[in-house]
Design a protein around this ligand. Sequence first.
Ligand code: SAH
Length: 354
Amino acid sequence: MSKTSIYGMTYEQLQNWLLEQGESRFRVSQVWNWLYKKRVNSFSEMTNINKQTRQLLEDHFVFHTMDTEIKQESKDGTIKFLFKLADGNLIETVLMRFSYGLSVCVTTQVGCNIGCSFCASVLMRKSRDLTSGEIVEQIMKVQKFLDEKGKEERVSNIVVMGIGEPFDNFNNLMDFLYIVNDDGGLNIGARRITVSTSGLAHKIYEFADKDIQVNLAVSLHAPNNELRSQIMKINKAFPIEKLMKSIHYYLEKKNRRITYEYIMLKDVNDHQKEAEELANLIDDHRHLAYVNLIPYNTVDEHDQYQRSESETIQAFFQILKKRGIQAGVRWENGADIDAACGQLRSKQMNKKAI
Ligand code: SAH
């Protein structure tokens, strides 16, 4: 049997596993503390745990399933990590600095199958889901990198907005969320974590039913089916009515604000007409809605799309504001290292494939 990542176990799963092995009740909190508070790199460093138990852990779990291939730092302090997984696949993780803290953007799948026409990831078909361990390890690698700098910096926020559709890897996503949120471990507040989905409505229901208060962002990008289907083929499976129904369910269950992501594509979805339509769509729950206008980051392979002019973005924003819709414009971080939102892709991988 091949070993699995120790970072893939939720507190409860690890507790149950240890109990099954005949270990005492308090063992799990000791191991958890070594993993996420002291952040050691091997079982042998867990010195208050007897040798036999350490060997047991060693026989079943591993610490490292990925290597840091490349670390690239942007002028604005954004750092992009390229990790090589055990099977040779490459994934990217980005660390961003904001006034409110350090935020990490994680990847959930190798490639993506959603097929949004504007996105760099559409060029990489999904080859597999990441395990919960591989998603947690991205955070741990970044946190350990910060630990080594000795400035006592902590990852305070997480955005699940890297490559992949998180709701297409639902169970591993949920385990990941429970692990990083655990208050005896990394303790990253649920309200400081945001999961972004392309709009898998059936999973929005499931997410709403979970007992964790993580923020939800939905990549809307267009206010009507005709336009949305044109730029996001997922809209054919989950058209706007179905999507909005699931969002209403989420709002009812959670009573939490939802973010709508809206990339601004020049002459495609950035007219006044679309701003009005968008306002109409969310008017009934505008007190719980926030629209994030994202200036499009151009992708070489999708030269049919350009970024909207700043004045157009401003005009769009003003219409929403006048209609009483909360909105903001998100300018990118790390654009000079291809780490801006939606730009993630490994040029290294492309180079190797040629
Ligand atoms: N699959 C998920 C999460 C990953 S993408 C989702 O679709 O939400 C994170 C966000 O970046 C999405 O809103 C996506 O539509 C957006 N995005 C993709 N390509 C982009 C680009 N080139 N410029 C700006 N945003 C982009």
